[in-house]
Design a protein around this ligand. Structure first.
Ligand code: C5P
Length: 215
């Protein structure tokens, strides 16, 4: 039987990452946060003081990304995230990373991938597609709370501005713009906590698993 693939897409700070990790753990599937792959390219270029808009160069760096060596901690900075959304507009970068992501999706017994184009481009055949979203204001408020809870200080207006700019770049690019696949289940978490969102996702996944197992 082919591996069971769960595709989770959504904008920055929508909660899709937390959702993806929880689902992977609950079902014993492997998980890939594809944002980290774009971040890895950006970080490598920044570390060497190289330009972020040289497509041939960025494509070469994308080919060198090792999925087994992605370090969430060092890739999670704001600067790397901003740079990642710039390198992510380049088709050569996307081509190289998508190939690696598709290979990962073949891991038995199943894989959860989260990002912006999983249900539309990377794994259009995924058995379950979720599109997790929330209003920009709510996403900004959650990110602000998270920073404060970790002992940091946050400028909530700047964070909202940032989220809007990132949405615009991710939704407005020509190659693989962020959008829900036509067969994606929409999960608007603006009024939902993580537990409720997880339960809603679980219902869709259980239904698809039962169907595949002939139930
Ligand atoms: O999700 P995260 O914030 O880590 O992603 C960083 C950037 O990488 C995003 O803003 C987006 O531009 C890009 N990305 C993408 N396609 C994906 C995952 C992330 O273009 N599948």
């Amino acid at each position: 039987m082919n591996p069971f693939v769960i595709a989770i897409d959504g904008p920055a700070a929508s909660g899709k990452g937390t959702m993806a990790r929880r689902i992977a753990q609950a079902y014993g599937f492997v998980h890939l946060d594809t944002g980290l792959t774009y971040r890895a390219v950006a970080k490598a270029l920044l570390a060497e003081g190289l330009p972020l808009d040289d497509e041939a160069l960025a494509g070469e760096y994308a080919e060198k990304v090792d999925l087994a060596a992605l370090d969430r901690e060092t890739l999670s900075t704001h600067t790397v995230g901003e740079a990642a959304s710039k390198v992510a507009v380049m088709p050569a970068v996307r081509r190289a990373l998508v190939e690696k992501q598709r290979e990962f999706a073949q891991t038995p017994p199943g894989a959860v991938l989260d990002g912006r184009d999983i249900g539309t481009v990377v794994c259009p055949e995924a058995q379950v597609k979720l599109y997790v979203t929330a209003s920009a204001e709510i996403r900004a408020a959650r990110r602000t709370d998270e920073i404060v809870a970790n002992g940091g200080t946050a400028d909530s207006a700047a964070i909202l501005e940032d989220i809007r700019r990132r949405d615009e770049r991710d939704m407005g690019r020509t190659d693989s713009p962020l959008m829900p696949a036509i067969d994606a289940h929409l999960l608007d978490t603006s009024e939902m906590d993580i537990e409720a969102a997880f339960q809603a996702a679980k219902a869709y996944i259980d239904e698809a698993l039962a169907k595949r197992n002939g139930g």
